[in-house]
Design a protein around this ligand. Structure first.
Ligand SMILES: Nc1ncnc2c1ncn2[C@@H]1O[C@H](COP(=O)(O)OP(=O)(O)O)[C@@H](O)[C@H]1O
Ligand SMILES: [Mg+2]
Length: 220
């Protein structure tokens, strides 16, 4: 399965989600390739720190790819791995489009109350264009860094639901400092101690939803 984390805005949690899912998938015994297609190199930085912390045993293979190579290399390498997780970054770049052209799942984290939601129209167009050449593509969105309370979550959820081509996944992830702290030591939040139970539960639900393709069953 090729999962692409993306969107047209920075700070929504694309790298956080991509790296957490890559670690979790590898802990589940899958052979994972994590592709950093974002110029910010954050996913690669994570892999470097993780390899330093774990004496080279990150548990997954990390590569940096840009532009059209994201597509060609993903096609070449996907058969050699169980799963490919691509951090496509937060810009409508050639690498982002290349990733979408080979993706099974496009996963778009939305930071409620931020400008993320105003970019969804552009995300919708990107999905529409990619779907024309990639009929497997399924685009799903969920709230990340969500406050426990307030109307912003519902507002953001409504905007996602009204976005053509995007399925809303009701598995929000709250604002949990553990994600940042875990990342700083090259860890996924499921590995981080002291354990943040809520963060772990939330990322596990999202993981199940994405890899168990729960939303497809919910749509029926
Ligand atoms: N659920 C969360 N709770 C708290 N902080 C988060 C959460 N998700 C991401 N962050 C933090 O927000 C910042 C931006 O996240 P990042 O994954 O780098 O976003 P993007 O890749 O979309 O630009 C990082 O400092 C990250 O640690
Ligand atoms: Mg990023």
């Amino acid at each position: 399965m090729i999962v692409v984390c993306g969107g047209i805005k920075g700070g929504g949690g694309k790298t956080t989600i991509a790296t957490n899912l890559a670690v979790m998938r590898s802990l589940a015994g899958r052979d994972v390739l994590c592709v950093d297609a974002d110029e910010q190199d954050s996913a690669s930085d994570f892999a470097v720190v993780r390899n330093e912390e774990l004496s080279g045993k990150a548990g997954f293979t990390a590569v940096k790819l840009r532009g059209a190579a994201v597509r060609s290399e993903a096609i070449n390498m996907a058969p050699k791995y169980d799963d490919v997780i691509i951090d496509a970054g937060g810009r409508d770049s050639s690498g982002h489009r290349a990733a979408l052209s080979v993706a099974d799942i496009y996963l778009v984290p939305i930071f409620p109350g931020s400008f993320d939601i105003w970019t969804l129209e552009a995300v919708s167009r990107l999905i529409e264009e990619a779907s024309a050449i990639n009929e497997r593509l399924k685009a799903i969105s969920f709230l990340n860094r969500a406050d426990a309370q307030g109307s912003e979550n519902e507002e953001a959820a409504e905007i996602v639901k009204s976005t053509v081509g995007l399925t809303y996944l009701d598995y929000p992830i709250g604002f949990r400092k553990a994600f940042r702290k875990a990342a700083a030591s090259g860890k996924a939040v499921v590995e981080y101690k002291p354990k943040d139970k809520k963060a772990v539960e939330e990322i596990q639900r999202l993981y199940e939803a994405v890899f168990g393709q729960i939303w497809i069953r919910e749509e029926r």
